[in-house]
Design a protein around this ligand. Structure first.
Ligand SMILES: Cc1ncc(COP(=O)(O)O)c(C=O)c1O
Length: 407
């Protein structure tokens, strides 16, 4: 990282802040930090200051920033071909689908560009399956209270958070929400009008809340009994984040459809829907599509990401680092039992609950450590899998000194 004079570079950040307020929409609130380079678990400001990234672009940069093999794959692809549209076959798209099929329960893959688009496609697919079977009244979808499935109008409708619905009503009809872990409620609600149940095996935006294997198993049973498709949204929890490729693999429950995005391209936008041939056959020609979905650049990035993930045993690394991190947080909880209320999560998807996490989040930022504060109470950690034990210790020491009141 080349450093330049702080004074001069400070004015770059100030200038960017002012221009952002002028030219960008205000929906992300006011953003004060700008990053211009990244390497592994570290991000660099225009002033050359370095930040430890324990959020990985919100579960996106799973192999860390600018992983050399992903960079190389992208550069090589960029020299060959950017885009041709889905009117044509593309080698990287087929290779990527093949590896996803080989490594998962799925037989076929549909590619898109984001998590919301993946869920949108999954919801359309569930409706299409029912309608093709002649069950035209089966169009309702059940999701969980506090879930998050995206920002498009249908995925927002499936998101069980009133706060996010405000200003966008009426939503799409046919969506209803049940409390997580309440099997009885799902059982009462799933009926001949239901086409799908959509669930995040670990609710990320709700503050990192894993659903129990038993709950997922019982939901699977209800869906099977009543001819309803089970969709797992693994957009945040998938791609090896929990130490297995999908979080649901820990439960032994296999869904009908899985959606992924975020970590798939290690930072290059790409999403995907995975399912069996029996279900995917309902995506008949012309029924769904995307101009950019699965374009050669996105697929080259994702292919390199998956190759590194599998060939270099990153899932084992995630499990090892997870034990280390959980152990350290548990030690913190022992030392500060009244401050740390709860520790939740799996793998490198971890939430630490406080009475008020906003101050902790701010104090960590002041110490140049990036985390995320969910709902004011939970510090969410989604570090890249390349994070080291030393880097984790920097985070733990920082939390300890904040809790010691050293701010
Ligand atoms: C579980 C889950 N589903 C869907 C989405 C939406 O993904 P995207 O922002 O790529 O549309 C997110 C994003 O945070 C998510 O965490």
């Amino acid at each position: 990282m080349t450093g330049t004079g702080t004074l001069e570079m400070n004015s770059i950040s100030d200038h960017l802040r002012a221009e952002a307020l002028d030219y960008l929409t205000p929906n992300y609130g006011e953003r004060n930090l700008c990053f211009v380079e990244g390497e592994g678990s570290w991000l660099f400001t225009p002033e050359g200051e370095k930040y430890l990234d324990m959020l990985g672009g919100i579960a996106v940069c799973c192999l860390g920033h600018c992983h050399p093999e992903v960079v190389q794959a992208l550069q090589e692809q960029a020299k060959k071909l950017f885009h041709v549209s889905n009117l044509f076959l593309m080698e990287p798209q087929i290779q990527l689908a093949k590896i996803l099929v080989e490594k998962t329960f799925a037989d076929q893959v549909f590619f898109c560009n984001s998590g919301a688009e993946a869920n949108e496609a999954a919801l359309k697919l569930a409706k299409k399956v029912a309608q093709d079977r002649g069950e035209t009244t089966r169009f309702e979808v059940i999701s969980l209270i506090d879930s998050f499935h995206g920002r498009t109008i249908a995925t927002l409708s499936s998101t069980g958070q009133n706060k996010l619905h405000e200003g966008f009503k009426p939503l799409i009809p046919g969506f209803s929400y049940v409390a997580a872990h309440d099997v009885q409620e799902v059982s009462e609600r799933v009926n001949e009008k239901t086409c799908a149940v959509i669930i995040e095996p670990i609710q990320g935006e709700a503050g990192v809340r894993p659903l129990s294997a038993e709950y997922l198993r019982l939901i699977r049973e209800i869906c099977d009994e009543r001819g309803v498709l089970l969709i797992f949204d693994e957009i945040q929890s998938g791609m090896g984040r929990t130490g297995k490729f999908f979080a649901h693999e820990w439960s032994g429950v296999t869904p009908d459809i899985v959606t992924i995005a975020k970590g798939l391209g290690n930072g290059f936008p790409i999403g995907a829907v995975l399912s069996s041939k029996a279900i995917m056959k309902h995506l008949t020609p012309g029924s769904h599509g995307s101009t950019f979905g699965g374009n050669p650049l996105a697929c080259a990035s994702a292919l390199a990401t998956l190759q590194v993930l599998f060939e270099e045993n990153y899932m084992e690394r995630v499990s090892h680092l997870s034990s280390f991190l959980f152990e350290k947080i548990k030690e913190l909880k022992k030392k500060y039992p009244r401050r740390i209320k709860d520790i939740r999560g799996m793998g490198l998807m971890i939430g630490i609950e406080f009475d008020d996490a906003t101050e902790i989040h701010k104090a960590l930022m002041n110490r140049k450590i990036i985390t995320n504060c969910v709902r004011g109470k939970t510090i969410r950690l989604l570090p890249p899998y390349v994070v080291t034990e030393d880097e984790i210790s920097i985070l733990i020491d920082a939390i300890a000194s904040i809790l010691d009141g050293e701010d």
